[in-house]
Design a protein. Structure first.
Length: 249
């Protein structure tokens, strides 16, 4: 853990030292909640990774990509527009490939990767999530692991905000991200059951599901700090660890 904290410090210095189109967003993204998520991501890799190249899809702002590379893994990142962070990518010597996973085939051969990461991307898909999952499945090795994380529809804050009439996200702000950070914000948030239906019907066998909260509870939310601990179903993030089905249902 101490070594990982050193890498976090190193990464923070890298983030501060470059000036890219997404520098401000990257700095804001590098918060305590996402640090905890990165620690969980790396723990999963240590548990399930066997060998070969790791593919991270939707890798911007490339924090996890950097941490994995510095931890000794061979990792390739996919991003819709790497030019947005070209200085960071060049400075850290990351292997980033440009591809739009919603309307382009991944530029890899079948069964290329034994470990694929698809973190916090599914909720951004607005064209055909089924086609995207099938395409990712194509490049997943038959013995590979696919990890998908996305917000939980029944996350406690979502439920409270819904009951207060605030909805789950601000649609205007989410669509505005197409102009400000050059990718779509959240389109839809799914329940755990809904995600498993997508996975089972696109070639994956979910072997483990985690429902976790990485955010801190501040201000008004401190009143409810124990609620997700007592009722894990209401945690904010769902993580599905999957193997590849040999036959798509």
């Amino acid at each position: 853990m101490e070594e990982l904290h050193k890498l976090f410090k190193e990464l923070e210095e890298k983030i501060e030292s470059v000036d890219d189109e997404l520098s401000a967003w990257s700095k804001n993204y590098f918060n305590e909640g996402n640090k905890k998520r990165y620690i969980n991501d790396i723990a999963l890799i240590k548990e399930y990774y066997s060998s070969g190249e790791i593919l991270e899809i939707g890798a911007a702002p490339f924090h996890l990509t950097y941490l994995l590379k510095r931890s000794g893994y061979s990792v390739t990142g996919i991003d819709i527009n790497p030019q947005r962070q070209s200085s960071f990518i060049k400075d850290t010597k990351l292997n980033i490939v440009k591809s739009n996973i919603e309307n382009e085939p991944l530029p890899f051969e079948d069964n290329s990767f034994k470990y694929i990461i698809f973190n916090e991307i599914f909720e951004h898909l607005r064209i055909n999530p089924i086609g995207t999952l099938r395409e990712i499945n194509r490049v997943l090795h038959p013995d590979g692991i696919f990890v998908l994380s996305t917000p939980n529809l029944y996350g406690f804050r979502n439920v409270v905000n819904f009951l207060l009439g605030k909805g789950f996200d601000n649609p205007y702000e989410e669509f505005l991200k197409i102009e400000t950070i050059k990718h779509m914000g959240h389109v839809r948030i799914y329940s755990v059951k809904q995600l498993k239906e997508f996975l089972l019907n696109t070639g994956y066998n979910p072997i483990k599901t985690q429902i976790k909260t990485f955010d801190s509870y501040k201000g008004f939310w401190k009143l409810f700090i124990l609620f997700p601990k007592l009722f894990p179903f209401f945690n904010s993030i769902q993580i599905h660890i999957c193997k590849k089905l040999h036959k798509i249902q």
